[in-house]
Structures are given as structure tokens and as C-alpha cells.
Design a protein around this ligand. Structure first.
Ligand code: DX5
Ligand code: ZN
Length: 217
């Protein structure tokens, strides 16, 4: 089995020291930097937006994995691409025209991701999975860091893996929410390719060694 892609979520970082936090990630075994954008409407919380993403990009030596938890994502994907996103994920629950939204992200030269909430069935992706580069399976209800991992995620990952196999899609499976060293291994065994981790990394005394441990799972 190949090693997992580790994407620490900057949402859990010290925002007063973003440059230091991004440099810490640059020097770690993290593969991507996960950037959570919340609008106070799609989710009941507001995080930060385009200028902060640009500021992260100025120091980042790793791709920015931008997770848009916003309504009307099509209005903002170009701005986030310009701000430095390498991967942009939109929520299926926020898209009336998901296929168009995926094409829009790809036309901008980014990898296209689709995030699904805990209540959304894997089967909702059947008709678009061939075009998707990354599927972000929410393992908490989006909106906040530091929440408890939802156990039903394992069976969703298995279903998704099967759908990917059946359709020949190249999509990677990303898990977002409540990831730690207890669930990382079973998630990998179920078929996960990418793990996002916020609080588990940034609340540790030594975030870089936690990232290395996740990488070694
Ligand atoms: C939740 C966000 C997650 C969050 C993960 O809405 O999408 O990316 O930052 O944080 P932890 O790992 O603390 O659950
Ligand atoms: Zn996220």
C-alpha cells in the first residue's frame, strides 16, 4: 500500500503566527496544506477568505487544498485559483450544476474536488465520479474543527472505493474531520488516500512528529 497524503488543516493553526505555522508545515512531512473556507451560510461558522489564502500561499511550499464550505462556490473558484489554490473542492450539497462546477475548476488549471456531507450517499457521485480528481468525505458535519469522528465514515469509504473501482475513476479519497492516530489506519485499510487533520496536528506539542506518525500509518 502506498503512503497516505497528509493534509494538515490550517484552520487549527495559530492565526496570529500564520507565517511561522506555514513554515513549520513546509519543513514537515505534510504533502498538502488544507485550507477551510466557511461562509456562515453553508456552514454555521465563518473562517477566512481570499486575502488570507493569498498570505498562506506566499509562504507555502506545498499545494493548497482549498475546501469551499460556501454557497454559490462557482462565484469564487476563480478568485481562489488566483489566490494560489492547487486543488479546489466544492460541496455537492451547494451545487445545482455540479458537472459544470467541476469543469470550471479544471478549466482554471486546478484539480477538482467534491466534498460530501455525512448525510450524503456515495451514490450521489455516480454520474460525475469519472471527472472528479478528489472526493472529500466529511467525517464530521462541516463548520468546526475539533469534532468527533463519525464511525459510519468507514463504510462510506468502502462504498466509494467500490464505485471508483467499478467506474475506473482516478479520484482520490480524502477524509476530513476528527482524524487521529486511532482512525488513520482503519481509514487507510478502508481505502482512504488523503487524511486531513486539524486539531490533532496543531494541538500537539510536536506537530511535525504527529505529521510523520500519520504519514507512517
Ligand atoms: C471541518 C473542516 C475540517 C477541519 C478538520 O468543517 O472542513 O477540515 O478543519 O479539523 P479537525 O481535524 O480538528 O476535525
Ligand atoms: Zn476541510
Amino acid at each position: 500500500m502506498s503512503s497516505l497524503v497528509i493534509a494538515p488543516s490550517i484552520l487549527a493553526a495559530d492565526f496570529a503566527n500564520l507565517e511561522r505555522e506555514v513554515k513549520m508545515l513546509n519543513e514537515s512531512q505534510a504533502d498538502w496544506i488544507h485550507v477551510d473556507i466557511m461562509d456562515g451560510e453553508f456552514v454555521p461558522n465563518i473562517s477566512f477568505g481570499i486575502p488570507v489564502t493569498e498570505a498562506i500561499k506566499r509562504h507555502a511550499k506545498k499545494p493548497l487544498d482549498v475546501h469551499l464550505m460556501i454557497v454559490h462556490p462557482e462565484r469564487y473558484v476563480e478568485a481562489f485559483q488566483k489566490a494560489g489554490a492547487g486543488i479546489i473542492s466544492v460541496h455537492i450539497e451547494a451545487c445545482n450544476h455540479l458537472h459544470r462546477n467541476i469543469q470550471q475548476i479544471k478549466a482554471l488549471g486546478c484539480k477538482a474536488g467534491v466534498a460530501i456531507n455525512p448525510h450524503t450517499s456515495v451514490s450521489a457521485l455516480e454520474n460525475t465520479i469519472a471527472d472528479i480528481d478528489l472526493i472529500c468525505v466529511m467525517s464530521v458535519n462541516p463548520g468546526f474543527g475539533g469534532q468527533k469522528f463519525i464511525e459510519n465514515t468507514y463504510q462510506k469509504v468502502k462504498q466509494l472505493k467500490e464505485l471508483i473501482r467499478k467506474t475506473g475513476s482516478k479520484a482520490l479519497i480524502e477524509i476530513d474531520g476528527g482524524v487521529n492516530l486511532t482512525n488513520a489506519k482503519p481509514l487507510k485499510e478502508a481505502g482512504a488516500d488523503v487524511l486531513v487533520a486539524g486539531n490533532f496536528v496543531f494541538s500537539a506539542n510536536d506537530p511535525q512528529s504527529v505529521i510523520s506518525e500519520l504519514k507512517r500509518v
